[in-house]
Design a protein around this ligand. Structure first.
Ligand SMILES: *Cc1c(COP(=O)(O)O)cnc(C)c1O
Length: 411
């Protein structure tokens, strides 16, 4: 039978629509790489827009791939709902703009991640949102900032980081959430460094838990995104903001992130084991002046960490080399299989040098306040056998000892 339509028409309509599977389903949710969804009737359009029937409309509003990732993260966090965004920064931007507008005030951790710091200190003030930075270790200072004086704008959110970059300061999340509750200020916790495997902030009273998906949730340096979990009414507000601002996550990234979730507890246990072993090794090495790992009793946050992190403190640590910048350059250039990569949470161990990357160009007094020196190296412990990571570190650190001996000989 000859085709009833012209070739161009047949081409335009070719391959549209997924054939329904009657007796099986894909075990892994498919990637919905469609910008738009077709409806059978206007009644279905109404039902979809009103939320009366499940139906996707347009990529930027969210697809079934996003929904699969969001549902999975909400389950891990013990949250009513979660929403994904293009990046960690896209997610927190939508969250703070949902909670604060011109005339409002955000109280935030002075030691927050650099991207967060820039958003708070350069973008928000231009929109009329005031920002008060506090050292969240100092609970009296947090309380003063939350107490709304007559001359200060109303605080509408407290933004804290569970473990800070790069000196791993430990926020007492339950105590800070209790302070937020006392002043009726929702607390947002950046739990990127811990992942929900080690800390679920909502269980401690936080309103929202926030992650950069590129880190432990994805875990393989392949997926970019951000995700925020919490009460459904708050998450719905943030979802609207993401739609308005246009910061939706790519579906490939949502799918890759989904692929990382089942192994999260296994990976976090292995990251923690490597980090703890490496931290103990570094603490005993003569070329190392100081180690920042909250699982070591010498860390100022040790007591709080013992209470908050019964399963260990995760894979991030930093250390100061006694030989300063010279030693740092020597070590960084000779790390064998350990890659220099200014991100974190990969399955393989990586290092970064905050002075020249995340904290590049900051004034000296700011760097000092953040413990960032020219001899500081940050290490993201992978899931390898710790002995092999230590072997690479040991070869590099032995060069410091040789360098020091040579310098001493010349004097
Ligand atoms: C990477 C990171 C972010 C920002 O996330 P992006 O996905 O890069 O936008 C926020 N907080 C912490 C602690 C991070 O490490």
């Amino acid at each position: 039978m000859p085709p009833s339509t012209a070739f161009a028409t047949r081409a335009a309509r070719a391959g549209r629509g997924a054939p329904p599977l009657a007796v099986s389903r894909p075990l892994m949710p498919p990637i919905y790489q469609s910008t738009v969804y077709a409806f059978e009737s206007l009644a279905d359009v109404d039902a979809s827009y009103e939320g009366d029937a499940p139906g996707a409309v347009y990529y930027r509003y969210g697809t079934p791939t996003h929904a699969a990732f969001e549902t999975a993260v909400a389950a891990l966090e013990g949250a009513e709902a979660a929403v994904a965004a293009a990046s960690g920064m896209a997610a927190i931007t939508a969250a703070v703009l949902s909670l604060a507008g011109a005339g409002d005030r955000i109280v935030a951790d002075r030691y927050a991640y650099g991207g967060t710091y820039t958003l708070l200190m350069t973008e928000l003030p231009r929109l009329g949102v005031e920002v008060t930075l506090v050292d969240v270790q100092d609970h009296a200072a947090v309380e003063r900032a939350l107490a709304c004086g007559s001359d200060a704008a109303r605080p509408t959110a407290l933004l804290i980081e569970a473990l800070t970059n790069p000196s791993l300061r430990v926020a007492d999340v339950p105590a800070l959430c209790a302070l937020g509750a006392a002043y009726d200020v929702p607390v947002i916790v950046d739990a990127t460094f811990t992942s929900p495997a080690l800390l679920r902030p909502l269980e401690h009273g936080a309103a929202l838990s926030w992650h950069s998906v590129a880190k432990y949730l994805g875990g393989h340096s392949a997926a970019t995104g951000g995700v925020i979990s919490g009460r459904k009414d708050l998450v719905d507000l943030i979802r609207n903001k993401i739609v308005h601002l246009g910061g939706c996550q790519g579906v490939q990234d949502a799918w890759l992130a989904l692929l990382g979730l089942p192994t999260l507890p296994l990976r976090m246990a292995a990251h923690t084991r490597t980090a703890h072993t490496v931290a103990e090794y570094l603490a005993a090495h003569s070329a190392v002046e100081r180690v920042y790992y909250p699982g070591l009793p010498t860390h100022p946050g040790y007591e709080v960490a013992q209470r908050l992190y019964p399963d260990g403190c995760g894979g991030m640590l930093s250390f100061d080399l006694a030989g300063g910048e010279t030693a740092a350059r020597l070590v960084l250039d000779n790390l064998g299989e350990i890659a220099f990569a200014p991100s974190l949470a990969d399955v393989a161990t990586t290092v970064s040098y905050p002075y020249a990357t995340s904290h590049r160009g900051l004034p000296d007094d700011t760097l000092r306040a953040m413990d960032v020196g020219k001899g500081m190296i940050r290490l993201s412990a992978g899931i390898e056998d710790p002995a092999d990571v230590i072997a690479d570190l040991d070869r590099a650190l032995s060069l410091c000892a040789e360098g020091a001996a040579q310098r001493a000989g010349r004097l």
